[in-house]
Design a protein around this ligand. Structure first.
Ligand code: EPU
Length: 418
């Protein structure tokens, strides 16, 4: 397995362009199952997870052609498959996003049930209960979700928690249901808004996305559309922290400030200067990082996907900070590895108490989750000496050319092929 080797201590300076959002791309690719014709998507990031969703869709007989850069054509006019097998779903839980559109379009789906994951149990009960309300019959057998329907019809669905992919799955299913669906306590993430926009371009009638109540008036047919994926707010946030931990000065292009308020405010509170520029942000580090407390929350709160990264910043801040993780029950996988690099962190339940140290020291580390792995790369950039991050495949799932982008900013970073 590949490793990333970092020689820390370099100040990162220069320009970086953020890629398309992973968590916007995955549901938008799944939404191509709903429409007839050729969907044209631009700005798609080059990621392992995108390859996986392509495999899932190809298995359903969607025709996919990849053009130059991040251009893709997806055509599901002649959709005939209905199965997402175990070998694909086990590599990417977000494969569950094909469930809603498949049931809506072909009235039938057989999807491997995603199991637990490194960061938590991650149940999908709300996806299934919502689909049942819409008129799907669901059975769990031999590790698979078997769903069928004589035809979906609109319903009132109130989610116990604002699940992101759950909201997306139900919104896609409801787009082809008969009558009106109302999703209450819906997720408000920018990626949900983006999906609603794509569905509306396909001819759906969705309002309220971005608020906690989404209304979907079902339509009989949806037609393919063209769309450019929004920038990845978590990748942008990760580079902002990279500027912070290296006392750098980075111009971050293609980043949407509107989607990053909670992250920008926290980083500013920690003493990092963030200036808004036409196409993104300029981020200027500070030798004296201040400790701040962070609590992860659904959007517009501080994203759980940035929790590990800001923790690295806090390991070298002055004073004590408390990070509370309220979304996933096991998302402190990075703590043990950061301790190996000299960080002083104590975990009590869902809170990590971090006592800032003068500096981190490089060490061999690894993590079993995407954002935890990104945090170890950030720690390696900040640390004195050499850090070797193994299990790089987690990073490849969600960061487009991370080491290349960091090297362009002056980091001493290289990939060692297995
Ligand atoms: N939940 C339930 N029942 C459900 C669904 C969710 O109890 O049926 C709970 C979860 O256990 C969790 C909370 O609801 O406690 C929120 O989970 P959510 O369903 O919103 O997470 P997700 O949709 O599976 C997406 C992102 C994650 C991101 C979370 C939270 C995608 C493809 N994935 O996951 O991204 O952490 O929302 O914002 O959009 C990542 O990119 O690294 C990543 C993990």
């Amino acid at each position: 397995m590949d490793k990333i080797v970092i020689h820390g201590g370099e100040r990162l300076v220069g320009e970086v362009t953020i890629s398309g959002s992973k968590n916007a791309t995955l549901p938008i690719f799944a939404s191509s199952l709903l429409a007839e014709g050729e969907n044209r998507l631009h700005g798609v990031p080059d990621l392992k997870d995108v390859k996986t969703i392509c495999e899932v869709l190809k298995n359903l007989r969607v025709k996919i052609a990849r053009g130059k850069g991040g251009d893709y054509l997806l055509d599901s006019t002649d959709l005939i498959g209905h199965e997402a097998p175990y070998n694909l779903v086990k590599t990417m839980r977000a494969s569950i996003l094909v469930l809603g559109p498949l049931v809506a379009r072909t009235k039938r789906a057989l999807i491997s049930l995603p199991g637990g994951c490194a960061i938590g149990a991650r149940p999908i009960n709300l996806h299934l209960e919502g689909l049942e309300k819409l008129g799907a019959e669901i059975q769990l057998r031999h590790g698979y979700i078997e769903a069928k329907t004589k035809g979906l019809r609109g319903a009132d669905i109130c989610l116990d928690v604002p699940t992101v992919t759950g909201t997306e799955n139900l919104m896609m299913a409801a787009a082809l249901a008969k009558g009106e669906t109302v999703i209450e306590n819906a997720a408000m993430e920018p990626e949900v808004v983006e999906l609603a926009e794509v569905l509306n371009k396909m001819g759906a009638n969705i309002s309220g996305a971005g608020s906690s109540i989404i209304r979907i008036k079902g339509t009989r047919r949806l037609m393919a559309t063209e769309h450019t994926i929004i920038p990845d707010r978590i990748e942008a946030g990760t580079f902002m922290v990279a500027a912070g931990v290296t006392n750098g000065n980075i111009h971050i292009r293609n980043c949407d400030f509107e989607h990053m308020e909670a992250v920008v405010n926290k980083l500013r509170e920690a003493g990092i200067e963030i200036l808004r520029e036409d196409d993104g942000a300029r981020v200027i580090g500070n030798k004296r990082i201040k400790s701040v407390d962070v609590k992860t929350l659904p959007y517009p709160g501080f994203p759980t996907d940035m929790q590990a990264q800001i923790m690295v910043l806090m390991t070298i801040a002055k004073g004590l900070s408390v990070i509370s993780e309220t979304i996933f029950e096991n998302r402190f996988i990075h703590v043990g590895e950061l301790r190996r690099m000299g960080a002083r962190i104590k975990v009590e339940g869902n809170r990590a108490i971090i006592n800032g140290v003068k500096g981190l020291s490089g060490a061999p580390v690894m993590a079993t989750d995407l954002r935890a792995s990104a945090s170890l790369v950030l720690a390696g950039l900040a640390a004195e000496g050499e850090t070797e991050v193994s299990r790089v495949y987690h990073l490849d799932r969600g960061y487009d050319k991370l080491e290349e982008k960091l090297a362009n900013l002056g980091a001493h970073i290289r990939r060692v092929k297995a």
